[in-house]
Write a protein that binds this ligand. Structure first.
Ligand code: NAG
Length: 184
C-alpha cells in the first residue's frame, strides 16, 4: 500500500515537472505558424466561352512563404495552392515537397495557375464577364500546408490553411491592386 502510494506520488511529480519543462520551452521559443502571402499576381487571360459557360484562364501568382520563428526550423511535408472564383475551384497546383525553411527564412514561389475548360454556373460566368468589363476581378487563393515543426528532438505536425482574396485589373497583364490574407 505505502509502496504504491510512493510510486504514484513520484509519477505525479514527474508529470508535473515534465509539464512545467514543456511550458517553459514553449514560452522561450514562442512557436508561430509560417505565413503565406501573395507578393504579386498577374492576370494573363480570362476567356468565358459562349454559349456554354466554360472558362479558360491564366494567372501567375507570386507567393511568399515565410517562417517567422527565430528559434525553430519548419519542414513543409506537403503544400498545395488552389484558385477559386466565387467559391468555384478554377485551378490547383501542388508544390514540390518536402522543403525546409530555416528560422526567419522566406521564399518566393511563382505559381502558374491555369484554368482549362472549367464549367461555371451561368450566374458566375456572368459575374466574371462583368468583373472583367469593370476592370476589377476578384479571385481567392487557398494554400494548404502540412507543417512539421522541429524543436531539438521533438517534432510535431499540423495542418495550416491560408486564404487570400486577390483583386486584379482586367487581363491581359492584369495587375494586383489589393489583397487580404488570413491563416488558420
Ligand atoms: C516575404 O515575407 C517576409 C515576411 O513577412 C518579408 O520580410 C519579405 O519582405 C517578403 N518578401 C517579399 C518579396 O514580399
Amino acid at each position: 500500500m505505502w509502496c504504491a502510494a510512493i510510486v504514484c506520488f513520484a509519477f505525479s511529480l514527474l508529470l508535473i515537472v515534465a509539464g512545467v519543462v514543456i511550458l517553459i520551452v514553449f514560452l522561450a521559443v514562442k512557436p508561430r505558424a509560417p505565413s503565406f502571402d501573395a507578393a504579386g499576381a498577374t492576370l494573363n487571360a480570362v476567356y468565358v466561352g459562349s454559349p456554354a459557360p466554360y472558362v479558360n484562364g491564366d494567372m501567375t501568382v507570386v507567393a511568399n512563404v515565410s517562417n517567422p520563428n527565430q528559434k525553430m526550423d519548419v519542414v513543409f511535408r506537403s503544400a498545395a495552392v488552389e484558385l477559386f472564383f466565387g467559391g468555384r475551384r478554377m485551378a490547383a497546383q501542388a508544390l514540390p515537397a518536402p522543403f525546409v525553411q530555416r528560422r526567419g527564412q522566406s521564399q518566393i514561389i511563382s505559381l502558374h495557375m491555369v484554368s482549362s475548360q472549367v464549367a461555371l454556373p451561368p450566374e458566375l460566368a456572368v459575374a466574371m464577364v462583368n468583373q472583367v468589363r469593370n476592370n476589377r476581378v476578384v479571385y481567392t487563393i487557398r494554400g494548404t500546408f502540412k507543417v512539421q515543426a522541429k524543436l531539438w528532438f521533438w517534432h510535431y505536425t499540423y495542418w495550416m490553411s491560408a486564404l487570400c482574396d486577390l483583386e486584379l485589373t482586367a487581363p491581359p497583364s492584369g495587375v494586383l491592386i489589393a489583397r487580404r490574407c488570413s491563416t488558420r
